[in-house]
Design a protein around this ligand. Structure first.
Ligand code: SAM
Length: 290
């Protein structure tokens, strides 16, 4: 389903003021609101709200009302955010990808693996996650540094896709991992990839939308939760996700555009977590919280 960005183009001061007006209008509702610098030299900024296409008329009227008194002549522009075809994205480029100590490669590139690589073999297929996308690579790099700093006793990979992140955790530490996806095809592919990468045991693969499965109570709470989904569902599931986190545990989130970063951090601050570090890759961010 397509997303829309409604925005006004103005100065930094006015964009920040509009951000306040929009924050007041939309309050706790689940809309990402952001300011972005377009041209530093000429002080051109945009204040934006992100919504689904079907909501456009209603939200446009509310934005117009919210800014009418202070900015009666300011145009409300629009941009359709292209649907992200996750599988097509994961097929972009088939050369091996390095992230942290990991090398993610297809079966045709086995000879590219060096002795100290933590190699993960994933062929592009029916599930997202060959390592080429900035979100997957960001998660791999963050997993490497988080697990190196403190070994978890168990982990959850929510939205496992090809299984690449669950496999990465198992390549680093011999701890139980629960890997779930809303898509049963992805779960089947991920299970096969687990087998192919020599980690058939130790990862429990389950089909589950969000946290709707008894598996979470059975295997949780978790020391490490990784979720590479999208900003909106991640913000919505913040309280539930934090409920499944063991005290002192770490959360790694991705699928978040750089412009959505603060909104997601705010949602998780609200659920009791603190931001530790952000990694940027190709316009996407990966966030570590504790
Ligand atoms: C961006 S892909 C990430 C795949 C892999 N973890 C990676 O990092 O490359 C997102 C995955 O999350 C799954 N997903 C989306 N919404 C979900 C939800 N509410 N619950 C569980 N899985 C979900 C999708 O089916 C997809 O496989």
């Amino acid at each position: 389903m397509s997303e829309v960005r409604l925005f006004t183009t103005t100065t930094e001061v006015q964009a920040n003021h509009i951000l306040d007006l929009l924050s007041f209008e939309f309050g706790e509702e689940d809309y990402a609101i952001a300011t972005t610098e377009v041209d530093e030299k000429n002080d051109i900024w945009q204040a934006s709200v992100y919504l689904m296409l079907y909501e456009e008329d209603e939200i446009r009227a509310r934005v117009a009302r919210a800014i009418a008194e202070d900015y009666p002549d300011l145009a409300i522009e629009r941009e359709i955010i292209p649907d992200i075809d996750w599988i097509a994205k994961s097929l972009e480029g088939l050369t091996p990808v390095r992230a942290g100590r990991f090398l993610v490669h297809g079966s045709h590139d086995r000879d590219k693996v060096r002795p100290h690589d933590l190699a993960i073999e994933i062929d592009a297929g029916q599930a997202f996650g060959t390592g080429h996308h900035g979100t997957t690579a960001g998660c791999l790099e963050m997993i490497d540094s988080v697990v190196r700093a403190k070994q978890p006793r168990n982990a959850l990979d929510l939205g496992t896709g090809s299984g690449v992140l669950a496999i990465a955790v198992r390549k680093l530490v011999n701890v139980p991992v629960l890997a779930t996806d809303i898509d049963p095809v992805a779960v089947r592919v991920a299970r096969d990839n687990g087998r192919r990468n020599g980690v058939p045991a130790g990862i429990e693969w389950r089909t589950a939308p969000g946290f709707h499965s008894t598996a979470f109570a059975e295997y949780g709470p978790f020391d490490l939760i990784i979720a590479n989904i999208l900003a909106r569902p991640l913000m919505k599931m913040a309280p539930q996700l934090v409920n499944h986190l063991a005290p002192g545990g770490s959360v790694i989130l991705s699928g978040i555009l750089a412009s959505q970063r603060w909104k997601v951090i705010a949602a998780y601050n609200g659920a009791g977590l603190k931001h530790v570090r952000t990694l940027w890759r190709n316009g996407w961010v990966t966030i570590h919280l504790q």
